[in-house]
Every structure is written in C-alpha cells, then in structure tokens.
Design a protein around this ligand. Structure first.
Ligand SMILES: Cc1cc2nc3c(=O)[nH]c(=O)nc-3n(C[C@H](O)[C@H](O)[C@H](O)COP(=O)(O)OP(=O)(O)OC[C@H]3O[C@@H](n4cnc5c(N)ncnc54)[C@H](O)[C@@H]3O)c2cc1C
Ligand code: FES
Length: 367
C-alpha cells in the first residue's frame, strides 16, 4: 500500500498531499497548484525546483535534464520526483495574469474518428465523458495499454489538443507516426479503433495563447507541431480573443507531409488579421507547377529560412514555436536574430523517449 506525504510549495505556502508513487507535479496540478512544466517526462527541465527540506526519489529524470551535481545541490524535477518524506520545495511560479490554469483531472474518451490526413499523420477525434476546461495550446496524457502478451507495460504519451477551448468535450489531435514508438507505431497506427475507450488526463502544459494582446504573433509549426497552434489560431480568430495580426508558417518536406492547408487558406480568406505561409523544404516551384498546383502558394526552403526572408525585423512581435526539438531550436535562433527577446518567445518541443535517452535539450535558453 502506498504512503502519503505533505508537499509544501514555497513561496506560496500551499500544502498538497502526495502519494509516494505519485510525481509531485501530478499531485500539485490535481490540487489546483500550478507549477511550471512542459514535457512531463523528465526531459526538458522546465519543472526543475529547489528542495528546501525532505527526501525524494528522482524517478525517471534524465541525467541530462537533472545532472548529478544538481541532485547533490538539492534540486529535483517535479514531473519525476516522488516524496520519501514530507517535502518543502521552492518554485518559480510565474503564471501570467491573463491565464487561468485549470486543475488536472482524469477523463475517459471514446474514439470518434481516426483519419489519415498526411503521410504518417492522423487526425484523431475523441469524445470525453464530460467537458474539460483548458487553454488553447495545452495537451492531454493518454494511457497506452500494456501489450496483451505481457511484453510491455502501459505507458503515458502526450498529444496536444488541436481544437479550440470552446469545444470542451469533443477534442481533435494530430499524431505523427514515429517508427518503433510505443504510442504511435505500436498503438494509434496499429490497433486503436473507432469506439475504443481511452483513459486520458489533463489539461497539461504552459504553451498557451496569451490573449488580450495585440502584438503581431508569428507562429511556426513543424509537422504535428501544428496541433496546439491550430487550437490557438482558432481561439484567437474564431472566438475573437486576439486583436493583433497572426501569421502561421507551416513547415513540411513536401505537400504530402502538409495537412489542413485548405483549412488555413479559408481562414486567411475570412480573417484579414491572419496570414498563412505553407513552406516546402524538399519540393521546388517547378515540381509544384508540374503537378498543376500554384507554385506561388508556397514558400520554399526550411520554414525558418522563409520566415527570415519575409521579415527584416520582428521587433515587437511574439513568437509561438512548436514541433520537433531541432526545428524549434532553429526557429528560436531565427526569431532572436530578428530582434525578438527570449521572453517574447513561447515554445513547445515534442520530446520523445529517444530524445530523452539522447539528452536532446535546448542549449540556447536554459530553463
Ligand atoms: C508537450 C508535448 C506535446 C506533444 N504533442 C504531440 C502532438 O500533438 N502530436 C504528436 O504527433 N506528437 C506530440 N508529442 C510527441 C509525443 O508525446 C510522443 O513523443 C510521440 O508521439 C512519439 O511517441 P511514441 O510512443 O510513438 O514513441 P516513443 O516510444 O517515445 O519512442 C520514440 C523513438 O525513440 C525510440 N526510443 C524509445 N525508447 C528509447 C530509449 N530508451 N533509448 C533510445 N531510443 C528510444 C523509439 O524507438 C522511437 O524511435 C508531444 C510531446 C510533448 C512533450
Ligand atoms: S516537465 Fe519535467 S522535465 Fe520536462
């Protein structure tokens, strides 16, 4: 039977009961105490805090995200650490006033549809058993079932919500197949079917649309990094929560890897404040023209190069970057070279288990 301990969160002085098999972050988010976090699997180091008092088990924290000397100095990753005594932590809780963070809860979803929308990419629609309040840009944790033959335990995988928060029960997700991946190759793309019940929890994450502003937002999405950005754009435009200009740069190798292009073109036609730039890194204007498509409808090259060529300066803008870690890193460099400060750039890297093992992390901005 598990034992429970009290976790005190300073400087706010809130106390939360946490089981000895439960990550401290999980206990806090479920109790409505918001702590900074991003990947929730010990890779990004966003959730690193100081231990003032008490003992913990560091769990599956990567040795890159929490180095040995940091453990010795009394730091922990709240997404991995489980208490071994009553614990006091000191966290840097910098929630923006314009954002209301909602407590994490468990839900049961029913799969409504799974449709292939691009190469190795599906749109998954899930109906929850009740409404879930969330912010545009947040994500859910799905429980990937254990293997029937007992060869693999159940694991959690995180996928971002692509639908707007006003649609709080029927949620859309975009999932890219990762060869050899437990959650994608081994579940969503092999056995998950319409009508299946899926246990999920959420909402998680701090990559959210900061509404009530009128800065020009530059959004850069690689692959299924489009998911949280689609939620933000729909919330900002269709729900009228964002006053400024919004620009989307969507990157893909070729047109077969891009999806929702017609959706965003229609959105750009409807909203003057929105501009859309689909970008192709491995197709040329000649190839696009030869297939009967309009070559002027795309940018050519890496999405970051197209963005850089379009703007002499991005001073005063806000950046939202999402996708594979290397793309987010490149986009960070581009935005900073165009005079954006790190504090004006929000980002979500889609770290997976391979990244965790390899220690992939951003050396540009320490978390
Ligand atoms: C905040 C957040 C939001 C995300 N949102 C989305 C989203 O909306 N859409 C989306 O498509 N993805 C998203 N992701 C990525 C997603 O969570 C998964 O990482 C991704 O879908 C792959 O999961 P998987 O279980 O298939 O692969 P994993 O099982 O994680 O494996 C990934 C790769 O690593 C290899 N690997 C596994 N374990 C090890 C190991 N120990 N050592 C070395 N290599 C290993 C595997 O063979 C595979 O090639 C998000 C990630 C984060 C952090
Ligand atoms: S949220 Fe804890 S390491 Fe990423």
């Amino acid at each position: 039977m598990s034992e429970s301990f009290v976790v005190t969160v300073e400087p706010i002085g809130r106390q939360v009961v946490c089981r000895d098999d439960q990550p401290i972050l999980d206990a806090c988010l479920r109790a409505g105490v918001w702590l900074p976090h991003s990947c929730t699997h010990g890779t990004c180091a966003t959730c690193k805090v100081d231990v003032v008092d008490g003992d913990v088990d560091h769990g599956e924290a990567s040795t890159f995200a929490l180095m040995e000397f940091e453990r010795d100095e009394g730091k922990l990753l709240t997404c991995c650490a489980r208490p071994r005594s009553d614990v006091t932590i000191e966290a840097d809780i910098d929630v923006d006033d314009d954002i209301e963070m909602h407590p994490v809860e468990d839900y049961v979803g029913t799969v409504v549809s799974i449709d292939e929308v691009a190469r190795d990419t599906v749109r998954l629609v899930v109906d929850l058993d009740r409404d879930m309040p969330f912010n545009a840009g947040q994500y859910l944790k799905f429980t990937v079932p254990a293997a029937a033959d007992g060869s693999a335990e159940s694991v959690d995988r995180t996928w971002s919500i692509a639908s707007p928060p006003t649609q709080s029960r029927t949620l859309e997700f975009h999932i890219r197949k990762v060869p050899g991946g437990r959650g994608t190759d081994g579940w969503v793309f092999s056995s998950l079917a319409v009508g299946d019940l899926v246990p999920v929890s959420g909402p998680y994450g701090r990559f959210v649309l900061h509404t009530g502003q009128d800065n020009h937002t530059i959004m850069v999405a690689g692959g299924t990094g489009l998911a949280p950005i689609k939620s933000m754009l729909r919330h900002g435009l269709e729900n009228g929560t964002y006053e400024g200009e919004m620009s989307l740069y969507q990157g893909g190798r070729s047109r077969e890897w891009l999806y929702d292009v017609d959706f965003f073109r229609a959105l750009a036609a409807e909203y003057d404040q929105f501009t859309y730039r689909p970008c192709l890194s491995e197709e040329t204007p000649e190839q696009v023209a030869a297939s009967g498509d309009d070559p002027d409808a795309y940018g050519y090259g890496m999405v970051t190069d197209v963005l850089a060529a379009d703007h002499a300066s991005l001073s005063g803008c806000k950046g939202y970057l999402c996708g594979p870690p290397l793309m987010v890193e490149a986009a960070l460099k581009t935005l900073m070279s165009k005079r954006l400060f790190p504090r004006d750039i929000y980002r979500e890297e889609f770290f997976n288990e391979g990244d965790k093992a390899a220690g992939v992390n951003s050396p540009l901005i320490r978390r």
